[in-house]
Write a protein that binds this ligand. Sequence first.
Ligand code: NAD
Length: 267
Amino acid sequence: MASILGLAQELLVFLGKSVFIVLESLVFTFIPVPRKKVAGEIVLITGAGSGLGRLLALKFARLGSVLVLWDINQEGNEETREMVQEAGAAGAYAYTCDCSRREDVYRVASQVKKEVGDVSILINNAGIVTGRKFLDCPDELMEKSLDVNFKAHLWTYKAFLPAMIANDHGHLVCISSSAGLIGVYGLADYCASKFAAFGFAETVFFETFASKQKGIKTTIVCPFFIKTQMFEGCTSSFLPPKLGMLLAEYMGAFNFMDGFTNSKKKD
Ligand SMILES: NC(=O)c1ccc[n+]([C@@H]2O[C@H](COP(=O)([O-])OP(=O)(O)OC[C@H]3O[C@@H](n4cnc5c(N)ncnc54)[C@H](O)[C@@H]3O)[C@@H](O)[C@H]2O)c1
């Protein structure tokens, strides 16, 4: 009897919380959520020497963050450091780091902890693409993809997450890809590495959530093509919305369920 009461109580709490969450999300549909304040935060961006990493660094600089920039390309990274300083960063530190090498990640991470402090926003952005079909891709290149695009995330989290937990304050950002959600022709190793990065970041999110580490936030980003040097020369087509609707109609997307028999059986 007691256990039935316990179950009923658990169910009621679950239903109450569910209603609250639905109402909360309805409210935030109309009232914009306040933006996170990042002034003074120590933001580490891997792959900051070009492309998306550089753009992110500039954005954080304008918002008054302290930037810790990592890249294997010393020259590009130094250029970013100068740019973010000009843009108003509260501090800018460039470190040459080969994120595909675990020892390098740990070595540079402890240097950062001594010289700058505890990283509070970690953005795993460094990435490479081989762009060859699976059987044409040399083993070493496939290993490199996984090392840079995925395994580096393990080592950086190991290096910086404990202090975030101790301070109950931190944000983990994983730059995955739309190729981390669906397989893409000619990108077998890239897709595998991006799926892995996604799965890993989501799992850490669940672990911190379940441990009630409320100060630790997680963001996973899955971009489509961006105009950087990474996918230079690649093209994709976007259908005009009206054409998209026409195609959907032609494919029967608006009538998919018309012949559904299961509900009729129940009637
Ligand atoms: N460009 C796109 O269309 C696109 C789409 C989806 C996801 N992404 C992802 O966005 C992220 C940024 O890509 P981008 O487009 O800015 O590419 P990019 O090539 O311009 O920048 C990648 C940066 O990572 C650095 N890097 C490469 N190997 C490294 C290593 N071993 N250690 C440290 N740094 C290293 C490079 O030097 C470079 O500065 C990547 O993770 C990429 O997979 C890009």
